[in-house]
Design a binder for this molecule. Structure first.
Ligand code: PEP
Ligand code: MG
Length: 566
């Protein structure tokens, strides 16, 4: 509950204002500075791309840099600032618009294509005028509910959480990484708002209800009162759960399940150790590797992985190798956008195509395995050959470290994420080659029912309890059992306590969930009877509708722990 703060970003016309004659040199200097900064960033991008992909691909940035060295552009802006007596960013914007207009009228397709390059460079320069503003956290200094058209995962990671009551975005869906991060930090959030952000005014008073997915503007006194009571009740349950964090997670009939945590950032470690999680079931390393301007080298990665492994001792940490692409950050700026990013250059495909980068990550993981209990797993595996190639690289890294006398775990457990339907269907073919399976339901659902996990228009089709999804989970777990390996679940489904009876019944051995969900899932497990869950899970395999499957699980959940359900 609190005032709203609306943020906007993107390539729109910057603010325009008159300047005094005495301010002209200052504005011209600001322009030169923004250009220099942009050139520097482009040169860095170029070097990074050369290193990763060779010369041809990096030429694009060469062309962008040349554009910023063209006197026709630079002098025109410098002169226009003096002539128009307007702020530098606006003059730059206006000059570039004139260029673009001119080029769009040339019938030659080559020139028309170049307009995209000019737009790209212009956007970078404009961002660099406000670099100091942009690097500040998004919201104001007082408590507020942030409302935005969209937020990137890195926006979410860098928010000043002390003043943030919660956020709401017009775009996005509950399974986007922005939403996953919000859950990890316990930030109330609503994504995919049905109203338009431009209709929301800063400083309106509001209630953000993350349970029901509502942003209530200008609430009536009775509504405020209702939410105050709800808040007090939730706090009571949260405190009671905290007291249970060291209690073992066994069902009432003595069946043990591990509840571990998913992390994205090292900052979350404290939350995880506090949550009572028995290990980390998914460490999403893309946030470490792709957040800066360069991929951190082996030593930096090894230090981060070692820190996580040490903090979690005596429990184990499953480090997932880089999962770039799709809805996440790309590993390198692609020269043209992919028509289908989710079906494109993602996950292990990128790592196998960039062996030098992959090798650094694997060596760093192996180094950490010499210090704590570490496993490795690969994202977006679609078939056996990818596993074989990755294992081959691990063997080579082990040989190298052996020669260098660096200690590591020779028995490092190697697992795959089962998140592509082909991997689930062929789980029996993969199982003999790995030590464990971890089912990534977020992607498994989207690929099975062909509904984008971040697209609110198809959110209704994205059903975790779709019979096809449940059958794939069942098949994977059984293939694992037949080959003597265990299967865990690390997608968002694992943290949804309406589904805990179903996942236990299907035979999952580990549930890896956001740190804020650990205690709740643990308490749900302690309230359930394994035999009853197994009977229900066998029964739902005959059900035809997702709704009925959900309800069968929910019936047991309600009977066993109604007070924990949202
Ligand atoms: C998943 O797909 O379920 C998963 C855990 O991985 P991510 O959400 O990072 O794609
Ligand atoms: Mg995934």
């Amino acid at each position: 509950m609190g005032p709203v703060h609306v943020v906007a970003r993107g390539f729109s016309a910057p603010e325009v204002f008159e300047i005094d004659a005495s301010e002209i040199p200052h504005e011209q200097a600001r322009f030169r500075l923004a250009v220099e900064l942009t050139k520097k960033q482009l040169a860095e991008l170029q070097t990074r791309l050369e290193h990763l992909a060779g010369d041809n691909q990096s030429e694009i940035f060469e062309a962008h840099i040349m554009m910023l060295e063209d006197p026709a552009v630079i002098d025109r802006v410098i002169n226009a600032i003096a002539m128009r007596s307007q702020n530098a960013e606006y003059v730059f914007y206006a000059v570039m618009q004139t260029f673009l207009e001119g080029m769009r009228r040339i019938p030659d397709p080559y020139f028309r294509e170049r307009t995209a390059d000019i737009e790209d460079v212009s956007q970078r320069v404009l961002r660099n005028f406000t670099a100091d503003v942009d690097s500040r956290p998004l919201g104001p200094d007082e408590s507020h509910i942030l409302v935005a058209y969209d937020l990137t995962p890195s926006d979410t990671a860098s928010m000043d959480r002390r003043q943030l009551l919660g956020f709401a975005t017009e775009q996005g869906s509950v399974n986007s990484h922005t939403a996953i991060l919000a859950r990890a930090f316990g930030i109330p959030a609503v994504v995919g708002l049905s109203c338009s952000v431009i209709d929301v005014t800063t400083l309106s008073s509001a209630i953000l209800d993350g349970y029901a997915g509502k942003l209530i503007l200008h609430p009536a006194p009775a509504t405020l009162e209702h939410y105050r009571r709800l808040h007090a009740e939730k706090e009571k349950i949260r405190c009671a759960l905290e007291a249970t964090r060291d209690v073992s997670t066994e069902t009432v009939d003595g069946h043990h399940l591990t509840v571990s945590a998913n992390i994205e950032l090292l900052e979350e470690l404290e939350l995880v150790t506090h949550s009572g999680a028995k290990g980390i079931g998914l460490y999403r390393t893309e946030f470490l590797l792709l957040n800066g301007s360069d991929i951190p080298n082996e030593a930096v990665q090894a230090a981060a992985y070692t820190r996580v492994a040490r903090a979690m001792m005596p429990h184990s940490v499953i480090i997932r190798t880089l999962d770039a692409g799709g809805d996440k950050l790309p590993v390198e700026p692609l020269t043209e956008p992919e028509p289908n990013p989710f079906l494109g250059w993602r996950g292990i495909r990128v790592s196998l195509a960039r062996p030098a980068m992959f090798r650094e990550q694997l060596r760093a993981i192996l180094r950490a395995s010499g210090v704590g209990k570490v496993s490795v797993m690969f994202p977006l595996v679609s078939g056996l050959s990818e596993v074989e190639r990755a294992r081959d690289l691990i063997r080579r890294c082990m040989d190298e470290l052996d020669h260098e006398g660096v200690p590591f775990d020779r028995q490092l457990p190697v697992g795959v994420m089962v998140e592509v339907p082909s991997a689930a269907v062929c789980a029996d073919l993969l199982a003999p080659h790995v030590d464990f399976f971890s089912i990534g339901t977020n992607d498994l659902i989207q690929y099975t029912v062909a509904a984008d996990r971040v697209n609110p228009h198809v959110a209704d089709l994205y059903r975790p309890t779709h019979p096809a999804v449940i059958r794939l989970i069942k098949h994977t777990i059984e293939a694992g059992i037949q080959h003597g390996i265990w299967t865990g679940i690390c997608g968002e489904m694992a943290g949804d306590i309406r589904l805990t009876p179903l996942l236990i019944g299907l035979g999952a051995k580990e549930l890896s969930v956001g740190p804020q969900r650990v205690a709740r899932v643990g308490q749900a497990i302690r309230s359930l009877n394994h035999a009853e869950c197994s009977a229900m899970a066998a029964d739902v395999l005959r059900q035809t509708r997702s709704y009925d499957i959900l309800n069968q699980s929910l019936d047991i959940a309600r009977k066993s722990y109604a007070y924990l359900l949202d």
